[in-house]
Design a protein around this ligand. Sequence first.
Ligand code: SF4
Ligand code: SF4
Length: 131
Amino acid sequence: MSQDEPIFECKCCGHCCHGQATVSVTPEEQMAMAKFLGLSMDELVSRYLNVKKHCTEMRIKDGHCIFYGRDGLCAIHPVKPFHCKRWPLHPSILSDEAAWKAIKADCPGFRKDATYTQVCALVKEKLNGFE
Ligand code: SF4
Ligand code: SF4
């Protein structure tokens, strides 16, 4: 394993876009999505979103997020929600090594020999970038 390889690099495997749950989408993110897709807000909601009592989420279709493309890529990559942009470098990692182990088990993007200390440093760096 080369030390030159990044601690994390997305392999675009799509695993994190699969499952029966997806992430919440803020009103600002919904507007960005609608603009990117050339849709009105009503069209965006009726085609792609689930409006729940306390949040709005992307729909699930065929076991994956409705925006997960046949090419294995995100169809709205430039405007995907914050939670997607940040994943898998989630702040829960900082306070719980078990959280990193669980995330790492589901994501092949981490370098095999990456240590918890290295991953925490990367999470902090990414968090600073989002502030
Ligand atoms: S599971 Fe990891 S490597 Fe695969 S698409 Fe998601 S972030 Fe990228
Ligand atoms: S918006 Fe894109 S990155 Fe986020 S879950 Fe859907 S397909 Fe995956």
